[in-house]
Design a protein around this ligand. Structure first.
Ligand code: HEM
Length: 242
């Protein structure tokens, strides 16, 4: 594998993440009419922006906190709080993003939860909610027993990457669905590949690349905390060390 140092790689990922957020905002502003809170398609436009920002970019940042070499020594509490807070921020944006699309559907009289995208998306959000609650209970509350933390940690790590991949799949399917809904008449047909389709297809690919790079960074052995399986790393939040 290429011997890239973590921090420049992280800077690259940060730039890519910001580019994804900027592109989804530009798509909704420039081609889809902008943003409002009146239940129209301009309310819907908050949905892609908040989902990409929350469940992909902010979630990806939260997942990578323990790969920062500074987290490997000294007190772990600030890093745990940062990890949990970024994930909570991602969750709040996700809930707002879902509220936007449900509000849009309800005010237009469109049925809810009929598409594959909506099933996969809601499943991902439910999994993420369970992951956050279980992570909080196991790693941040002081009374979780050490054996439970040890048992749950590999499960938390596995679902961390799984949820990110499911978020990426939800975004890609959502972008595709929106393009089919929106580009269907005359010279604007999706199959004629208008500029909007090129832009949104590129956005989908960049989101995919972002997700794959985060999962690759999480899996890379030399970027993991050296003592990540030691009993010390499983101490509770309120223990004396912190
Ligand atoms: C992690 C990311 C995402 C999740 C979890 C997610 C989740 C959902 C859910 C649960 C619904 C159903 C709402 C309802 O039935 O009222 C929905 C609808 C929709 N979403 Fe997303 N979404 C995500 C990203 C995106 C993105 C990036 C787009 C791009 C435009 C998008 C486009 C749509 C569209 C067009 C609908 C309405 C049609 C339908 O219900 O399938 N979504 N989404």
């Amino acid at each position: 594998m290429l011997d890239v140092p973590f921090l420049p790689f992280c800077a690259f990922l940060g730039t890519l993440g910001l580019l994804c957020v900027a592109m989804v905002g530009t798509w909704c502003q420039h081609w889809r009419g902008g943003f409002s809170l009146d239940g129209s398609s301009r309310t819907f436009n908050w949905h892609p922006v908040l989902m990409v920002t929350g469940l992909v970019v902010l979630y990806g940042a939260a997942a990578l906190v323990y790969r920062i070499p500074n987290t490997w020594s000294g007190p772990k509490l600030p890093w745990k709080v940062l990890h949990g807070s970024l994930a909570l921020g991602a969750f709040i944006l996700t809930v707002l993003g879902l509220a936007a699309v449900f509000c849009f559907h309800n005010s237009q009289g469109t049925p809810n939860m009929y598409s594959l995208h909506s099933w996969m998306g809601l499943g991902t959000v439910l999994l993420f909610s369970c992951q956050w609650a279980a992570g909080f209970g196991a790693f941040l509350l002081p009374w979780a027993p050490t054996w439970l933390r040890a048992l749950y940690k590999p499960i938390h790590v596995f679902f961390g990457s799984t949820i990110l991949m499911l978020s990426v799949a939800s975004c890609v399917s959502g972008i595709n669905e929106k393009l089919f809904f929106s580009l269907k008449n005359g010279t604007m047909e999706y199959k004629l590949l208008p500029a909007e389709a090129v832009f949104a297809n590129t956005l989908g690919l960049l989101i995919l690349i972002f997700g794959v790079l985060v999962v690759a960074a999480l899996a890379r052995p030399s970027w993991k905390r050296p003592d990540s399986d030691s009993p010390d790393s499983r101490q509770p939040l309120l223990s004396a060390e912190r």
